[in-house]
Design a protein around this ligand. Structure first.
Ligand SMILES: NC(=O)C1=CN([C@@H]2O[C@H](COP(=O)(O)OP(=O)(O)OC[C@H]3O[C@@H](n4cnc5c(N)ncnc54)[C@H](OP(=O)(O)O)[C@@H]3O)[C@@H](O)[C@H]2O)C=CC1
Ligand SMILES: O=C(O)[C@@H]1CCC=N1
Length: 277
């Protein structure tokens, strides 16, 4: 289900803590600020003093230790690596209280894992976001834990819809979603890199190759979204009989690119499962 009509500004739900301000944590933080959340309503949990200074200077938010972040917040978003999630949850658990909401954005980590480490009465929601949220084109998938209410889910959807599209999904689909949209930007950047290198091999200046590829990707993505036409149809429209595209596509099939994508995404799904085991 797509989130209902999205408010430009997430509903005010008290202070939100972001624990773990790396790539994804900063993406969430900057998105909430762009969407109109006040820095006074946000607090960041970060252990490295130089990173804390950098975040305060850049965003005007309070950066505190994790316990203080959990104490101040109504909603605690955990954006640390899956491998650090147990330690961070054990650390903040004494400050968590019934009625608070814990949102995990970590690959593989199940709501059951989080629920086992937080006090009773704390609601848990699992999210798989992606980095295009940085330009308000994110794709996030949301699943509620055992005690998450409709209100909790709506709050998280409002939080994330500030930076892109949000789907509500059964938690059993989260590892596959991680493999597709969570990691997805990396596959597309890999394709872009490969096409630029190919352009350079064919004698184009690197800057020209980059412009050509980036605009082709943006144009193709816009066609997919705005026309709603199936990608097979769009591909066929480019493929003139006995033409250049047909010659290229045959090579992609010979080199098993479709099978490689399937194997890659199965590997990502399996790794997500392992991280949560
Ligand atoms: N990057 C992405 O595209 C996506 C990431 N995610 C998820 O987001 C989470 C973070 O990933 P990502 O941002 O890429 O990783 P990063 O390594 O960039 O960020 C993790 C951050 O957590 C901090 N951290 C580690 N331990 C603690 C702690 N005890 N208290 C507070 N902060 C701590 C790290 O600080 P330090 O560097 O000082 O150790 C670092 O800033 C992961 O669980 C990942 O699965 C989900 C979807 C997409
Ligand atoms: O690579 C990872 O594990 C994280 C999760 C999805 C995208 N990045």
């Amino acid at each position: 289900m797509t989130a209902p009509t999205t408010p430009a500004t997430p509903a005010s739900t008290g202070t939100t803590a972001i624990v773990g301000a790396g790539v994804m944590g900063e993406t969430l933080l900057s998105g909430l600020l762009r969407a109109g959340r006040s820095p006074a309503d946000l607090v960041v949990g970060e252990k490295r003093p130089e990173r804390a200074r950098e975040l305060t200077e850049r965003y005007g938010v309070a950066v505190v230790d994790n316990l203080e972040a959990a104490r101040r917040a109504q909603t605690v978003a955990l954006v640390v690596k899956p491998q650090d999630m147990g330690t961070v949850l054990e650390q903040i658990a004494p400050e968590l209280r019934p009625g608070q909401l814990v949102v995990s954005l970590a690959a593989g980590i199940t709501t059951a894992f989080v629920e086992a480490l937080v006090p009773a009465g704390v609601a848990v929601v699992r999210v798989m976001p992606n980095t295009p949220a940085l330009v308000d084109e994110g794709m996030a998938a949301v699943s509620g834990g055992t005690h998450a209410t409709e209100e909790n889910l709506a709050e998280v959807e409002a939080l994330l819809s500030a930076t892109g599209k949000v789907l509500r999904i059964p938690e059993a689909q989260q590892d596959a979603v991680t493999a597709i949209s969570g990691s997805g930007p990396a596959y597309l950047f890999f394709v872009v890199e490969s096409m630029i290198e190919a352009g350079v091999h064919l004698g184009l200046p690197r800057a020209t190759a980059t412009d050509l590829v980036v605009q082709t990707v943006v144009g193709s993505a816009t066609m997919l979204r705005e026309t709603g036409t199936h990608p097979t149809v769009l591909r066929e429209q480019v493929t003139s009989p006995a033409g250049t595209t047909a010659a290229a596509l045959r090579e992609l099939e010979v080199h098993k690119v479709r099978a490689a994508f399937l194997a890659a995404m199965e590997a990502a799904r399996n790794r997500s499962r392992e991280l949560g085991a």
